[in-house]
Design a protein around this ligand. Sequence first.
Ligand SMILES: [Zn+2]
Length: 272
Amino acid sequence: LGAVAALVRSVGSADFRLPHTGYSAPAGIPAGAVTAEDAELIAHLAAEGTVRMHLTLTPQKLPDVVSHNVIADLKGSENPEQVVVVSGHLDSWDLGTGAIDDGAGVAVAMEAAEILQKLHLRPKRTLRVIAWMDEETGGSGSQAYTKEHSSEFPHHVAAIESDAGAAHPLGFDIRMSNAAADLIRPVLNVLQSIGANAVENRPYPPGADIATMSENTVPALGILQDGRTYFDYHHSAADTLDKIVPEELRENAAAMAVMGYALASMKNPLPR
Ligand SMILES: [Zn+2]
């Protein structure tokens, strides 16, 4: 049962879609998610002896309906055709309210544009806020965006997504050329005062909704967050607004705003 608990735990993290875990539930086999806390309790009890569990799985899959990505542009002053995407995803699991996954990401992306407006900072390039629809059940929102905008991807200077929680930002996961990563580092120095200056260049896309852009060589960034409590709440009834620390959410908005503005205003677009 300890192994089952570990498996159930990995089902719970499937939303993360890290290629090195690559887990998705086989079609037709019922799969449930429990919090890391519960998985550890089950593993602990299993080590003591026989454990019987009663699982009540309430979700149901309803037919698809029409829904939408929500997109807003803060038009660039000099190169409006060049776009920097700041984003999070709009849908969530319906057990809680999806505050951490990923209401926080949408709030942070919207706030990045709001902060620039408040400071009267007009980026040279367009800052595009995207609240992606349907990250959780297959990514049809990002597929629809790709269908409509892939011809513009050469002018998509960078894409940022926040989909790893609402906790204190540590920096950015990035996927881009080394030459581009070198240009990111001075920007991170600005974020050193809030401890958000780490950078990890990854071999995989740092966000599910920006994965297609990343596969099409658009430099991609994900906010790297303190993930220690993320899986206590992820995809469970416990994912509600009371778990979010306002100060940490503000730090994430600052990180997104600084990075978004820098990418939208630096002299030349990041090299591919
Ligand atoms: Zn998510």
